[in-house]
Write a protein that binds this ligand. Sequence first.
Ligand code: FAD
Ligand code: SIN
Length: 516
Amino acid sequence: MDLGGDFLVIGSGIAGLRAALSLAETGDVVILTKADPRESSTGYAQGGIAAAIGPDDSPELHARDTIAAGDGLCVPEAVDVLVREGPRYVRELIEWGAAFDRDAAGAPALGREAAHSVRRVLHARDATGREIARVLGSRVGGSPRIRVVDDAAATELVVDGGACTGARFVTTAGERGTVTAHATLLATGGAGQVFRETTNPAVATGDGIAMAVGAGARVADLEFVQFHPTVLSVEGAPRFLLSEALRGEGARLVNEAGEPFMTRYEPAGDLASRDLVARAIVREAERTAAPVYLTMAHLDAGFVRRRFPTIAQTCAQAGLDLAHDRIPVSPAAHYLMGGVETDLDARTSIQRLFAAGEVACTGVHGANRLASNSLLEGLVFGARAAAAMAAPPRPAALRAADVFETPLPTAGAGPVPDTYAVRDLMWRSVGLLRAVRPLEAAVARLDAWLGAVVAAQARGHCDEPLRRTATLVTVGWLVARAAFRREESRGAHFRTDFPSRDDLHWNKHISDRLLA
Ligand code: FAD
Ligand code: SIN
């Protein structure tokens, strides 16, 4: 099945849908999405969307908090775009019918999350992403110029004469095809599934990064993986996110003895930034040789259940009462700050190829993303991508960065791994606390696995399970190499052998490009 359109959008999360709505004003759009169109990280987002709309807030304050969380690596121009343009796109969502919670005066109720200096998070109870996806999805469904092809995974970008002319895809039923388009947007989301423990849905396998490097595009900052501190940690239950908004409304982290412990590690306590809280949880669990818990038992039970109905229901399915019980928590991979390198208009290093949302690296989050800035990023940079895609082509204005040009490992004789082995290795050796020996061993193992994949592909194997394994191994390999290379600790990247931030040597973005 071959398709054509003016524009191709790969992915149906917040970035892809918002871009498609603007693109449909100037041309015909094809959206490829690899599962049900509602299946995306966007649909599972809980805490909310940050925007400087409160009376005590301003874009300057929002920028200050974003830059502080980013630990020296935020690109200030990108942050400026996010915080200044954000409120306009959030208001647009409200005009389109997004039912965010309201306060007693009828204004959007603003929640608090870690490392925000004021309340600035709009939310729809604890299922904000579902509400945003509903609004955007229904507008896309109503547009005669947008065709959504679901259960169709893009497998490879088509590049002709240095410019992207579309992508190849395969449907769940096994049918193959190509979409040819004037401009292509990667909006494929994150890569949490590269790690064994993750908050991300099954679709978040880093496909956009693998396709981009396969086409010769630059990727950047891949060592910066955010681990969310509080994920439900019950044997046999899914690793369900327990939103930071719980702590924003007063939930406390306690140890086995019931003692609040966060201030022992961080002056900002339970609302310190995510990387700090995640590491403190691991240390407290090690110190006490026991689990760590979230408790809301000191809060009004009716309020807890009304404000967090989805989380309360999931806890109930695991036999726990969110309002009364201590809920066992542990960290899990949550968000990738790095990605396909773009300029402020979502242009990549390949002409007519654009990237927006979690798959992209504008540098807006630096080394650590501020809570609830990702949905905002998807809206703002999705819309900017659309404007640039509809404009005459021009080269990307990529920031100066160290660029490592690396050939893919050569074909090797070893076995192709199963995906669990890759995810387990990434979790154990490239997770929250990193050190030279495990990283070195992980890179060597991933080198060998990638060599085995290359050999299998050279022998003519091109089945879907092999392609999915190749994607996970490629993305894992890039993340592990980047983590091994950066000999300092900054934001979400923590090296136990280099525990301090080292601005003299490492205050820079690092890009990778694979040589054919
Ligand atoms: P996604 O929403 O992940 O969409 C990616 C799309 O691409 C999906 O449709 C997927 O199927 C498709 N896709 C992937 N590969 C292919 C392929 N090869 N071919 C075709 N289609 C493909 N951020 C916040 O700001 N606030 C929050 O409260 C918040 N809560 C979160 C809670 C959870 C549980 C999770 C996992 C994340 C949360 N985040 C939150 C992060 C945020 O949800 C994501 O970063 C954001 O939604 C990413 O949007 P996106 O459009 O880039 O990608
Ligand atoms: C959460 O609700 O804790 C997730 C928010 C985010 O990832 O920004």
